[in-house]
Design a protein around this ligand. Structure first.
Ligand SMILES: O=C(O)c1ccc[n+]([C@@H]2O[C@H](COP(=O)([O-])O)[C@@H](O)[C@H]2O)c1
Ligand SMILES: Cc1cc2nc[nH]c2cc1C
Length: 357
């Protein structure tokens, strides 16, 4: 089957949330020993998880984390505080267990996969998933980032990796990334899809100066003028100004949606992958959970476009899936609430409000 047809088949299989199960879950939650609605967003989360998984008592363990790594041709324009070699160096760090995501993954007993989907150099390591589509994207200031075939191949790699995590028992997917220069790419994508200005979409990434940020804004504005990506065409956007790790995350998101598995978004870059996934199929939106709000200012615009409110706001701007991993215990708490709390009846507590008497 061609990559394109396989992607279309997956998109067509994505279903709406199960509203009956959501209603059942809501009714059950209202019988638990607490004032109605008093666990706020945790209750909403539990209801969403019921709609996603078709279960009144949803299961989200184990979590599966996938970190897609890739390089960006645009990084040669000096848009990052770090050199592009750091992408490959950090991949070795992930594989050796020394990165923040390794620490947080261990804490939540997650399955963790590191995927080379487009790093500019060869990486040799037993634990690495070798799925390189291309040795980094082209510099989209001068030419398209990738071909249409490369964009669809990267989506397929993402779908396959998510499926692998599900086969190994993951019941929740966390999408993470590593790629020097990728906040520039994410800003271009966010601006095209949400319609926010480039100025609003651009932040300091790994920590550039305010002066370099202005340069970053003008490079993106020029690139968008040159490439003219089509606003509602995800493949066109990926091909013209996209990134391979972003396409990988988009693929993982659509596969998890098809399989009725909740997806926790991480920071700005993973949320732009979600924007692309929602362009491909609007129903994907219902399967997404915003783990946290990144410091990168475009993230706010991307989340607003998706109508998602983040679980955490910790001033993070690391990526790798770290913010999503930190928020996972809240999903677990929501499922445990439904499963383990006593009801008014079972605890013999009067379930009658004074006001209603
Ligand atoms: O997740 C975020 O919101 C986030 C915000 C700023 C930076 N990052 C990470 O930093 C890298 C991109 O930053 P930059 O400055 O090279 O574009 C990339 O590896 C991302 O994982 C991630
Ligand atoms: C050291 C380092 C670690 C990262 N992890 C994700 N993006 C990163 C960027 C840098 C520079």
């Amino acid at each position: 089957m061609s990559a394109y047809i396989e992607i279309q088949k997956t998109l067509q299989s994505i279903q709406a949330l199960n509203h009956e199960k959501m209603e059942e879950a809501r009714e059950h939650i209202n019988t638990l020993t607490k004032p109605v609605g008093s666990l706020g967003k945790i209750e909403e989360l539990a209801i969403q998880l019921s709609g996603i998984t078709n279960q009144v008592y949803p299961v989200v363990t184990r979590p599966g984390i996938v970190v897609f790594a890739a390089d960006h041709g645009i990084s040669e324009m000096g848009v990052s505080a770090y050199p592009k070699e750091v992408t490959a160096q950090m991949v070795y760090n992930f594989l050796d267990g020394g990165a923040a995501i390794n620490v947080f993954a261990k804490q939540i007993n997650a399955l963790l996969k590191i995927v080379d989907i487009g790093v500019a150099e060869e990486i040799n390591h037993e634990q690495l998933l070798h799925k390189k589509v291309k040795y980094g994207t082209n510099n989209y200031l001068y030419e398209n980032a990738m071909t249409e075939a490369e964009a669809t191949q990267a989506l397929l790699v993402g779908m396959e990796t998510a499926q692998q995590l599900l086969d190994e028992g993951a019941r929740c997917i966390i999408v993470g990334e590593m790629g020097i220069g990728n906040t520039t790419t994410a800003s271009a994508i966010a601006s095209v899809i949400t319609g926010c200005s480039v100025e609003e979409a651009v932040g300091l990434g790994t920590g550039i100066s305010n002066e370099n940020r202005k340069e970053k804004v003008s490079i993106i504005a020029k690139a968008l003028e040159e490439r003219k990506p089509i606003r509602n065409d995800a493949i066109d956007i990926l091909m013209k100004v996209g990134g391979l790790e972003i396409a990988g995350m988009t693929g993982a998101i659509i596969k998890a949606s098809e399989k009725r598995i909740p997806i926790i978004l991480d920071g700005f870059i993973s949320t732009t992958a979600a924007l692309l996934a929602v362009l491909l199929e609007e129903k994907v939106k219902d399967y997404l959970i915003a783990g946290h709000l990144s410091k990168e200012q475009g993230h706010y615009h991307a989340l607003t476009f998706l109508n998602k409110s983040p679980l955490l706001d910790l001033g993070l701007r690391l990526g790798e899936g770290t913010g999503a991993a930190l928020s996972f215990p809240l999903l677990e708490a929501a499922t445990n609430m439904v499963k383990e709390m006593a009801t008014f009846q079972s605890a013999g507590i009067a379930n009658e409000r004074q006001e209603d008497k």
